[in-house]
Design a protein around this ligand. Structure first.
Ligand SMILES: Nc1ncnc2c1ncn2[C@@H]1O[C@H](COP(=O)(O)OP(=O)(O)OP(=O)(O)O)[C@@H](O)[C@H]1O
Ligand SMILES: Nc1ccn([C@@H]2O[C@H](COP(=O)(O)O)[C@@H](O)[C@H]2O)c(=O)n1
Length: 194
């Protein structure tokens, strides 16, 4: 049975950084599920049809990391039929041996509720905005406004809203380095793997 690590949290909290490092450390597969929503939003047209016809090549577009792509993703992510169309892909990915790390918004709550490890990564709004602004070369105040809007949409939607699973361990990266965050995550996984 594959070992599944589910990582959720708001935008720019550091979950992708931790997810990649865990996958590397344990030799697991890694899926940034945000890319599925970003690619669906970027395809344009009917979002439900775009999600149903998504192929791996769509995830390789080089314009998916922009702030605009993030905003478009969070709008189409509120549509239940879009989410439903992306479930199979995520389940197939999570079923790969020897294990998989999936990061997103609803991995521990909806996609992989039986994951052996669930992490919920947070950081203060100001820290997240500063990190994202540095990453994209954008204005921190503008990033803060965009993150607020995206988080609100993600938390308030009816289907699969952003929230920690009841059995998730919280990691707050506001005042710790990337290395410290990764070390904390590995310690949590190692405790479960024994
Ligand atoms: N603990 C940390 N200390 C300092 N910088 C960090 C830390 N964790 C992540 N970062 C930086 O913050 C930025 C956002 O991190 P990351 O992409 O991992 O966030 P995310 O939660 O996956 O975001 P998104 O949901 O938008 O994909 C990156 O530039 C990353 O290098
Ligand atoms: N499991 C997920 C993953 C992402 N979303 C939506 O996509 C947007 C972009 O995600 P990033 O992780 O790349 O920032 C995000 O704001 C969510 O609206 C989702 O709903 N479920």
């Amino acid at each position: 049975m594959p070992f599944i690590i589910a990582i959720d949290g708001p935008a720019a909290s550091g979950k992708g950084t931790i997810a990649r490092a865990l996958a590397d450390h344990y030799g697991f597969h890694h899926l940034d599920t945000g890319l599925l929503y970003r690619a669906t939003g970027a395809k344009g047209g009917d979002p439900v049809e775009a999600a149903r016809t998504l192929v791996p090549d769509d995830l390789r577009r080089n314009d998916l990391r922009s702030a605009d792509a993030g905003q478009a993703a969070s709008r189409i992510a509120a549509i239940p039929e879009v989410r439903a169309a992306l479930v199979d892909f995520q389940h197939r990915f999570a079923a790969q041996e020897p294990g998989a790390v999936l990061d997103g918004r609803d991995i521990g709550t909806v996609i992989c509720p039986d994951a052996q490890v669930k992490l919920y990564v947070v950081a203060s709004n100001e820290v997240r905005a500063r990190r994202r602004a540095e990453e994209l070369g954008a204005d921190p105040a503008e990033m803060l406004a965009q993150l607020h809007e995206r988080d609100r949409r993600d938390r308030e939607r009816d289907t699969a809203p952003l929230r920690p699973a009841d059995d998730a361990t919280i990691i707050d990266t506001s005042h710790i380095s990337v290395d410290e965050a990764i070390t904390a995550a590995i310690a949590i996984v190692d405790r479960v793997r024994g």
